[in-house]
Design a protein around this ligand. Structure first.
Ligand code: SIN
Length: 495
């Protein structure tokens, strides 16, 4: 199919439309296809094969088979491949970002940021590949020694979401390859093109056949692929980023084989702004956090709690900034925010707005649908005086709604923040070190961000607690999710 993608990118090899198996883009036996739509224009940009259950079984088998040789590769060689992949991503930055914008709808500036972010995981883990350490331990028998040895867990299944079509796969594949695991990656059916572009570059970077396989399925067929990967005894670990509901299902399916899991699930991140905060910084960073990718990240602020002394000023300045957004097709010059992924996403935002207003919230910025731009465009809404029983303070909106509520004391706000089953990210804006420490220590979240709204980085352990999941991605701890610790006891060493 000649695709509109091709007229936007220079390196046409990055546009691939077939499953990537054993280092080749292959035909599928299935006669069925699914369409990839540009959410900004509603245009079909690709038509991809819907793989059959038998094909998924075959890929699982060959990913496990490839592990037997890939695990034996020299970490220094794996390091070079990862570094090469980083270099290739940076060389192809503009094209890769364009592909993200075309399939996801986020603006080009955000998409370029995502490619740099994705590539940084390959750079980081190219360095970590050489630094997988163990311990030597003296057991009670003085004649024995224990050595611990981190080994690759095996073939791994990577189940990725639509919101970061490149970075989430990169964050999972980079540590997997660093330690010698082979991967089967399933991109979201709405945004598979970035993973196929990554596959092309991974081959160019020298990864051998079977180290990386990308399987394809529409949104409707995704449960079949997820079940196959989770239930297969040949897959030794699954890493999933997505909703808590789906995560719980995958945990259940994986329990049949007791495989290792990383679950990066939903959040309900609070931003807490104290009276002594640098107000301009707090406003700027809160806007950046709330509206990054139009609110479609798991760590976006979902609720903003502002202390009474700065409440009015904060609301006013926050609203002023939001009114400056330029919403439009993410490829267009000057656009600061693109569109949402689908109409279901818009329905959820509208439901949260309606509910909050019914319960007493005041409208500071009236957003809403922008049909003149397309059916996935939505202007951000900002509400103040949001009441504690409103849905938006309890459920992840995953969209462009800024919901602001007032608080008085740190004890009160801490209780509000922790009154949720989720525990992914939290944000604090304050100057007083005691306040900062109190909140950082007692907020129930895997990640606390102080005086900044954008904190994620390849060097930082990313992950949640409570129903936001478990496991850590990125950082030196990211390696642990893809390794198993073996203890080797050496007996009678002094005989
Ligand atoms: C996510 O939404 O899960 C990822 C956000 C990030 O890594 O910054």
């Amino acid at each position: 199919m000649s695709s509109p993608v091709l007229k936007h990118i220079k390196n046409h090899n990055l546009f691939q439309t077939k499953p990537f198996i054993n280092n080749e883009f292959v035909e599928s036996k299935s006669g069925k296809t699914f369409k990839v739509i540009n959410p900004a224009t509603e245009e079909v940009i690709a038509e991809l094969p819907e793989q059959t259950p038998e094909e998924i079984d075959e890929v699982i088998k060959l990913t496990a088979e490839a592990f037997k040789t890939f695990r034996k590769t020299n970490p220094y060689d794996r390091s070079k491949m990862l570094r090469k992949l980083y270099d290739l991503m940076i060389e192809n930055l503009d094209d890769l970002a364009t592909i993200i914008t075309l399939e996801n709808g986020k603006c080009l500036t955000d998409a370029k940021g995502e490619i740099k972010y994705a590539a940084s995981y390959f750079e980081w883990f190219s360095e970590e590949a050489k630094r997988v350490y163990g311990d030597t331990i003296q057991p009670s028998n003085p004649n024995n020694k224990i050595i611990t040895y981190k080994q690759p867990v095996g073939a791994v299944g990577l189940l990725c979401p639509f919101n970061f079509p490149s970075a989430m796969g990169a964050r999972k594949a980079a540590p997997a390859w660093a330690v010698g695991c082979t991967c089967i990656l399933k991109p979201d059916g709405q945004t598979p093109l970035s993973s196929l572009a990554l596959a092309y570059l991974a081959k160019e970077a020298g990864f051998p056949p079977g180290a990386f396989n990308v399987v394809l399925a529409s949104v409707e067929s995704t449960p079949m692929v997820g079940t196959k990967i989770c239930e297969s005894p040949s897959i030794k670990k699954v890493s999933f980023t997505g909703s808590t509901g789906v995560g719980k299902l995958l945990v259940k399916q994986s329990s049949l084989t007791l495989k290792k899991l990383s679950m990066e699930l939903g959040g309900n991140a609070p931003i807490v702004v104290f009276d002594d905060a640098d107000l301009d910084l707090a406003v700027e960073q809160s806007v950046a956090s709330k509206f990054r990718s139009l609110g479609q990240t798991c760590v976006c602020a979902n609720r903003l709690y502002v202390q009474e002394g700065v409440y009015d000023k904060f609301c006013e300045k926050f609203a002023e900034k939001v009114k400056l957004f330029k919403i439009g097709n993410g490829l267009d010059e000057g656009v600061t925010h693109g569109c949402l992924i689908n109409t279901k996403a818009i329905e959820k935002v509208e439901d949260h707005i309606e509910d909050a207003i019914k319960k007493g919230a005041q409208v500071l910025v009236k957003g809403g649908k922008l049909p003149e731009l397309g059916k996935h465009f939505y202007a951000p809404t900002v509400l103040k005086d949001v009441q504690q029983d409103s849905k938006v303070l309890h459920e992840e909106t995953f969209g462009p709604l800024g919901a602001i509520a007032k608080f008085s004391t740190k004890e009160e706000v801490l209780e509000l923040c922790n009154d949720t089953p989720y525990g992914l990210a939290s944000y604090v804006f304050a100057q007083n070190i005691n306040t900062i420490w109190y909140m950082s220590e007692y907020l129930e979240a895997g990640m606390v961000s102080v005086n900044t709204g954008l904190f994620t980085d390849a060097s930082m352990p990313f992950g949640g607690i409570k129903e936001s999941g478990f496991g850590r991605e990125g950082s030196l701890y990211g390696i642990d999710d893809y390794t198993v610790l073996k203890s080797i006891t050496l007996g009678n060493v002094y005989n």
